[in-house]
Design a binder for this molecule. Structure first.
Ligand code: AMP
Ligand code: MN
Ligand code: MN
Length: 324
């Protein structure tokens, strides 16, 4: 990252008193970890910070230091608006015209990031946005204490699915090591955010598992509003089912279609190295990484499935044994 970009960000942070930080809808551990790490480090420096998430903090992440500070309402004014782990301005889930000001700082690691802020701190090679924050928080003159370290570790663990993705580099593991030294309880975070499942989530998975379909290296399923009602699942996401499906062998692309209120369908893609699903998600107005991407598409379940399946079939080469 160019020195001047960091210097500019540091200067606007120093000058600000009221800071608003946002991340993306249906937040994952990197969205929440980035949001809370930056919030707590700025608060320690005497800033007044409001961390905002459209749907608040999912229960699984409420143990994180600072989680109780998150609100789902954007303050009407602030000196500074920062977005973390959000590839584009639509990702917060709030209508863009309701944002209190143009974003000042954008800190992210998605290759599809649109550089929408005045100051864009974007590194596609970072395994998580918290990996970038580990470097820039001290460069901003802020401190990484145990609470900040815990949040940074959460982003690393969730975005790399426990250090198992291609995006993990020696630097990722060095940072994890330093975060443990700073007091981040790695085993506890790992257990809470990756291993533990609640009963209702697994019942919800059951609905999707019953509808699994497979064709020429593509595997997909759907989850409906009715499924969530039937089991009492409180979120509007897939309870991470897509990552379970991605462990099935011999598959090139996994997709999950999650019905949303208002006639929309959230699509998640996961792929094997060599199959770029970020480009396809981007073509549907979404984005992400080569091996993990998503988009929210208008239309009913059947129509969206047909469009997305047609487009996805076009990017994979059927393997002989699958097409036989
Ligand atoms: P998901 O399928 O929601 O687990 O997301 C996989 C990856 O794609 C994550 O890095 C997300 O941040 C990103 N992503 C998901 N949906 C969108 C979207 N609508 N626009 C841009 N990026 C997205
Ligand atoms: Mn994220
Ligand atoms: Mn991320």
């Amino acid at each position: 990252m160019a020195e001047t970009t960091i210097e500019k960000a540091k200067a606007v942070l120093n000058a600000a008193q009221q800071v608003i930080i946002l991340s993306h809808e249906r937040p994952d551990g990197d969205a929440i970890g980035s949001l809370l790490a930056l919030t707590l480090s700025l608060e320690r420096a005497g800033k007044n910070v409001t961390p905002v998430l459209l749907e608040g903090v999912p229960s699984r992440f409420r143990f994180l230091p600072g989680a109780d500070k998150v609100t789902s309402k954007i303050p009407s004014n602030g000196d500074l608006l920062i977005l973390v782990d959000a590839a584009d301005l639509q990702r917060t889930g709030f209508p863009v015209e309701t944002l209190p000001r143009q974003p000042d700082i954008n800190i992210d690691h998605h290759p599809t990031n649109t550089d929408y802020a005045d100051i864009n701190i974007v590194n596609h090679k970072a395994s998580a946005t918290t990996e970038i924050l580990f470097d820039v928080i001290p460069q901003f003159g802020l401190e990484i204490d145990t609470y900040v370290a815990t949040n940074l570790m959460t982003g690393l663990i969730t975005d790399t699915i426990g250090f198992r993705t291609d995006s993990v580099t020696p630097r990722t593991l060095e940072i994890a090591s330093e975060l443990i030294s700073l007091g981040a309880p790695m085993a506890e975070i790992y257990a809470r955010v990756l291993n533990q499942r609640n009963f209702v989530s697994v019942q919800y998975w059951g609905k999707g598992l019953n509808r699994l379909e497979k064709e020429n290296g593509i595997l997909w399923t759907s989850l409906t509003i009715e499924d969530r009602k039937a089991v009492g699942y409180p979120g509007s996401d897939d309870a991470d089912l897509v990552n379970l499906l991605a462990t099935i062998e011999g598959i090139q692309v996994v997709m999950i279609f999650i019905e949303q209120i208002g006639g929309k369908v959230k699509v998640s893609w996961r792929s094997r190295p060599g199959v770029d699903v970020a480009a396809i998600a981007f073509s549907f107005g979404g984005g992400g990484h080569e091996q993990a991407a998503g988009a929210t598409i208008e239309g009913d379940m059947q129509e969206v499935q047909e469009r997305v399946l047609t487009a996805t079939r076009g990017i994979i080469s059927p393997s002989p044994e699958e097409s036989a």
